[in-house]
Ligand binder design. Structure first.
Ligand SMILES: C[S@@+](CC[C@H](N)C(=O)[O-])C[C@H]1O[C@@H](n2cnc3c(N)ncnc32)[C@H](O)[C@@H]1O
Length: 279
């Protein structure tokens, strides 16, 4: 039986927080056009209307709060990485952003009518602890919605890479802190349970699938190396030779997804869960 290594929550969370400090440009350049496809569905799921006090947790460069403000909401964004908060304030100087950890939010109980978190869950050692915090700051009757990656067999954006990685026999670097399964909440029952256990009702999970056209293979490869924390660290810990073998295996896989131009099609699959706090 495969043994799962014990998780040192403090070490894993510190690794994530520190990693995101150096990812702003590469993340925003490549991944925001992908994760941004969830902004509208998340805002719809929490029922944002003019005047809604919305908290966006793990806001990154702050684009979701900006979209909420366009709908007349009063948004606040919070992120653990100073560099993300700085970028969000530069991009949207009239909006409010704070540095803060999802596991210990710097807000009072029931301060918000709605809470969103787009791709926060894969970066947490203790998702249940963060969920309790997200629900704590939500007002009774308020709505909460989160999005996370579907399994790699459907979220091919990461599936192609993870398959290429194992096909060449690469192993995760030994100094990478163990963390929970990135795709744990792709499972509808696990995702529903996370929200229900935190005290939400009327929980619904929906799949959202779409294709993303990356301009070139090199753009995709660059984003895998520099635009994420855990995936990028898998690559940084390899020898140059192994990295090149992973790159070749990935390129081979993507040949069938290449248009006559250099464009590659990356199938993306996401799960969105939403629920309501009891009045
Ligand atoms: C994949 S990005 C998502 C950014 C944004 N929500 C979006 O959709 O583009 C993950 C974000 O989670 C933030 N993050 C990671 N761990 C966090 C934590 N414990 N508390 C708050 N933010 C966290 C990172 O700094 C990063 O900005």
């Amino acid at each position: 039986m495969e043994r799962t290594p014990p998780i040192d929550a403090k070490a894993f969370n510190a690794f994530e927080a520190e990693g995101w400090e150096r990812r702003v440009d590469a993340y925003d350049g490549f991944f925001t056009p992908i994760t941004g496809r969830l902004f509208g569905p998340l805002l719809d799921a929490v029922g944002v209307v003019p005047g809604t006090r919305l908290l966006d947790v793990a806001t990154g460069p702050g684009h979701l709060p900006a979209r909420a403000a366009e709908r007349g909401a009063v948004p606040v964004g919070v992120d653990v990485a100073d560099a993300m908060v700085t970028r969000a304030r530069e991009l949207y100087p009239t909006l409010e952003f704070h540095r803060g950890d999802a596991e210990e939010l710097p807000f009072a109980d029931a301060e918000f009518d709605a809470v969103t978190a787009n791709f926060l869950l894969p970066h947490l050692a203790r998702p249940e602890r963060a969920m309790a915090e997200l629900v704590r700051v939500l007002a009774p009757g308020g709505r909460l919605a989160l999005a996370t990656w579907d399994v790699p067999s459907r979220a091919r954006l990461f599936g192609f890479f993870l398959e290429a990685f194992s096909e060449v026999g690469a192993a995760p670097p030994s100094d990478l802190p163990a963390g929970p399964d990135v795709f744990r909440f792709a499972d509808d029952a696990a995702f529903t349970d996370l929200l229900a256990t935190a005290g939400l009702r009327d929980v619904e999970v929906s799949p959202i699938d779409f294709n993303y056209e990356a301009a070139t293979f090199d753009e995709y490869w660059q984003a895998l190396q520099e635009g994420t924390v855990r995936m990028s660290s898998l690559l940084h810990g390899q020898s140059k030779e192994t990295r090149l073998r992973i790159r070749d295996a990935l390129k081979q896989k993507l040949n069938e997804h290449r248009a006559p131009t250099d464009t590659i099609t990356l199938p993306v699959a996401v799960k969105l869960a939403a629920g309501r706090k009891l009045s």
